[in-house]
Design a binder for this molecule. Structure first.
Ligand code: SF4
Length: 105
């Protein structure tokens, strides 16, 4: 009989914690712009900081959020044609409001 109560108590606790996690997942949900990850993959990933941002992921985020001035800020990427590649990607993937990211090469 003690084992049965242990199983019941653990099952109830599991349900309570599971419900709590489900509510927390809904409340703290953050929408992630997948373009940031896509652009970060296009960059050289040297994480040298020459662009003035904290690594390639930081530069990719700045591009998508319109905080970067030029795609050529990435010196290693500029030599291998990355600005043109990213510009083409941005033209094909507009902002959520439908506008095109105006950042220049
Ligand atoms: S300059 Fe280019 S390679 Fe260096 S951190 Fe910035 S985006 Fe990455």
């Amino acid at each position: 009989m003690e084992i049965l109560w242990s199983v019941i108590i653990l099952a109830v606790l599991g349900l309570i914690f599971g419900f709590g996690l489900a509510v927390a997942a809904k409340v703290f949900h953050v929408d992630i712009d997948t373009r940031i990850e896509d652009i970060a993959k296009m960059l050289p990933n040297a994480n040298c900081g020459a662009c003035g941002f904290p690594g390639c992921a930081g530069f990719a985020e700045a591009i998508v959020e319109g905080k970067a001035e030029s795609l050529s800020q990435c010196k290693p990427g500029a030599k291998s044609g990355k600005p043109e590649e990213i510009r083409k990607y941005l033209d094909e993937h507009p902002n959520p409001d439908g506008s095109i990211n105006p950042i220049k090469k």
